[in-house]
Write a protein that binds this ligand. Structure first.
Ligand SMILES: Nc1ncnc2c1ncn2[C@@H]1O[C@H](COP(=O)(O)OP(=O)(O)OP(=O)(O)O)[C@@H](O)[C@H]1O
Ligand SMILES: [Mg+2]
Length: 234
């Protein structure tokens, strides 16, 4: 697959909270989304795996309109990780096997390999998730999403409840997954330093509108709009 290939294309998408959003997410690209609280960042992520539906505009995944993809398949290929891990009460293994079990594919789910992928020891398999730290729970949540073999990872402030060290580990993990598994990442963050560190492309959303977008290094250095420039100063 071509590195420049568009994985997700959002074309003039509107809802009652978003207005005419257009952007592309490319293969192996990390895109960061920033903007004030209430701007519509989470709402945009929800559209991409059909937790919400646009009122107009179209969203394509690998060239196919996401409306034409069975929603369970779409949510496997476009996986989502939230701020709190939303694990259910059970062991790390049970949580990781959740998706494959739903599809009757539990034999294919190599929990050891998935724990390894997120840098957790295999002894964690039998650990109850309630006994894990926030960072460890977030790793289990990422492993659980990876059990579904996604090509896109959506993250909604996935590190904002974690300390700096743990955040750094999750960032390293995401970069490694991008490099090794060739996934694309779309991450909402309140942390501008993180948006700059992690992003190749950045989207700036304010009041439901995509006011600025471009290569992260360029727009952080030379914002084109006063809105984004002000936001960076605050
Ligand atoms: N389920 C909902 N029903 C109605 N309005 C909602 C719903 N969820 C969010 N909103 C509103 O939509 C707007 C955008 O919300 P959204 O959660 O997408 O913002 P956000 O950019 O993710 O904010 P934050 O940074 O605080 O997470 C806000 O005005 C919010 O109050
Ligand atoms: Mg949000």
């Amino acid at each position: 697959m071509d590195k420049n290939q568009s994985i997700i294309t959002c074309k003039d998408v509107s809802t009652d909270r978003l207005k005419d959003i257009s952007f592309e997410l490319r293969r192996k690209q990390i895109t960061t989304i920033v903007g004030p609280s209430g701007a519509g960042k989470s709402s945009l992520l929800f559209l991409l795996n059909r937790l919400e539906e646009p009122t107009s505009g179209e969203i394509y995944y690998l060239g196919r309109n996401i409306k034409d993809i069975p929603v369970t398949q779409l949510r496997c290929e476009i996986g989502m990780v939230f701020q709190s891990a939303y694990l259910f009460d059970g062991t790390a293994e049970e949580n990781i096997q959740y998706g494959p079990k739903l599809r009757g594919e539990v034999e294919d789910c190599d929990v050891n390999r998935l724990l390894d992928l997120v840098d957790l020891p295999q002894s964690f398999k039998s650990r109850y998730v309630t006994s894990l730290s926030g960072g460890e729970q977030q790793r289990v949540a990422i492993a659980r999403t990876f059990a579904n073999k996604p090509s896109v990872l959506l993250l909604d402030e996935a590190t904002s409840a974690l300390d700096i060290k743990t955040t750094e580990h999750i960032e390293e993990l995401l970069i490694r997954l991008r490099d090794e598994k060739e996934i694309s990442v779309l991450m909402v963050t309140h942390n501008l330093k993180q948006a700059e560190r992690m992003g190749e492309q950045t989207l700036y959303i304010e009041e439901g509108r995509l006011l600025e977008s471009g290569l992260t290094s360029e727009i952080f250095e030379h914002p084109e709009t006063n809105h984004f420039e002000q936001f960076l100063k605050e």
